[in-house]
Design a protein around this ligand. Sequence first.
Ligand SMILES: [Fe+2]
Length: 313
Amino acid sequence: MPVVKVSDMAFVRMNAPDLGKAEQFLLDFGMSTVERTPKALYMRGTDPDPFIEVVHLGEARVLSSAWYVDHVDDLKRVSQVPGATGIENLDEPGGGKRVQLTDPLGYKVEFICDRTPAKAMPTEPAQLNLAWEPLVRKTLQRFDRRPSRVKRIAHFVVSTPEVKKTLAWYREMLGLVRSEDIYEDDPENLIGSFNRVDQGEDYVDHHAFFCRYAPNQGMNHVSFEVQDIDDVMLGHDHLKSQGYRPMWGVGRHFLGSQVFDYWCDPWGRVHEHWTDSDRLNIQGGLGLLSKKQAFKSQWGPAGPKEFHDWATP
Ligand SMILES: [Fe+2]
């Protein structure tokens, strides 16, 4: 039995030495500013989560991933784990309660509940005249040149030489379940594992946590859902026009099947846009694929070598 079953990601927490630069990147990436103090920057998407990325002033590094639990009783269970903090009130936008653990890489993992949601931001569902439905839109399509509109935070990916140990920890503490595993040469030689949250019969994203082998440990990327495929492409053009470093995209993944696009923030932390994920409930998953099968794109470019070993502290 896992300690708890988290229901979704809540936010990612990082340090950066220049909050102005951090804010500009995240605005260009498609988030909106909630609050900026001399020491911290809070950014949100269009969903009601009070914030989905927080950047503190400090030497560039990733601090934690944060995950929702349903009830304060879940926090009580986490607080019994050796090394856990007690239950504390979160003095940040949306408030809430928190318990923290430290994962095998040394990152904090924050378990959160009772946040006060913000108001969802308005979005315009795309109207597309597709082959099988040619008259959905009877007006002219005119997109403004603009950043993507990030909807929500979706998954967190770590690189580590210790895949099995890290995976076991996340499954036990967060109640994550295997969606698809990846091996190299021998099926026993696990080099990566896509895991999703366990919400029983309810369908969830194909993965909320991906643990992959790399010689160095660190965050491989953090990922955010955007509105639709036009939104991915508009964001791609915008980030390119602002001179940011592209990492990989645009393409459609094989595992999870999202249309993806990866960009580095000014300190090399990879942020992903995606849309149109596979969704699974507790009945799905349990795939086992070779590295060659797993890391191909359904369309678009193959992943660059540097991305597969990417690990920012
Ligand atoms: Fe991803």
